[in-house]
Design a protein. Structure first.
Length: 145
C-alpha cells in the first residue's frame, strides 16, 4: 500500500471514530425536553419498542386541553435502567393498553417527550421513568470505576 493511501485510510478511520464519539456523547443529552413543563396525554398504546439505547412508547391520543388526536413518541431510558428502577418489564405496557401519560414535552413542539409517568387506565397500575436521573446515575457509577 503506498504512503498516500495509508494516510487517507488512517485519516478516514480517525474521522469516523471522532464523529462516532461525538454522536455517542450527544446522545445522552436531555436538553431537547422541557423539564419545566409537564403535559398529559390520554390515549391508546400503539407500539412499545423495548430496545437499547432507549425504550420508546408510541401513544395515539390527545393532549389535555386539545381534542385533536395524534401519534406521540414517548422516550425513556434503556431497558436495563428501567428494570433496575423497579416494576418495569418488557410486557408492563403493551399495544392496545389505554393509558394516561405525563411527560416533559420536546422543546421544538414536535409530538414527543420524555415519559415521566404512565398509568394503565383499566387497572390503575402506573410506572414512572426519569430519563435524566436514571442515566445520570449510570454515568456517575462509570466515572467512579
Amino acid at each position: 500500500m503506498n504512503l498516500n493511501l495509508k494516510k487517507i485510510v488512517v485519516n478516514a478511520t480517525f474521522l469516523v471514530g471522532a464523529l462516532s464519539a461525538l454522536s455517542a456523547f450527544a446522545h445522552h443529552s436531555t436538553t431537547m425536553f422541557d423539564k419545566d413543563k409537564i403535559s398529559t396525554i390520554t390515549g391508546v398504546v400503539k407500539e412499545v419498542q423495548w430496545t437499547n439505547p432507549h425504550v420508546a412508547i408510541f401513544v395515539d391520543g390527545t393532549v389535555k386541553g386539545s381534542d385533536t388526536p395524534a401519534l406521540w413518541l414517548m422516550e425513556m431510558t434503556s431497558p436495563g435502567n428501567l428494570a433496575r428502577a423497579g416494576g418495569w418489564t418488557r410486557n408492563a405496557v403493551k399495544a392496545g393498553d389505554k393509558v394516561v401519560v405525563d411527560f416533559n414535552p420536546l422543546r421544538n413542539g414536535s409530538k414527543g417527550g420524555a415519559l415521566k409517568k404512565i398509568t394503565l387506565v383499566d387497572t390503575g397500575k402506573f410506572y414512572t421513568a426519569d430519563i435524566r436521573a436514571q442515566e445520570s446515575a449510570n454515568l456517575e457509577e462509570k466515572e467512579q470505576k
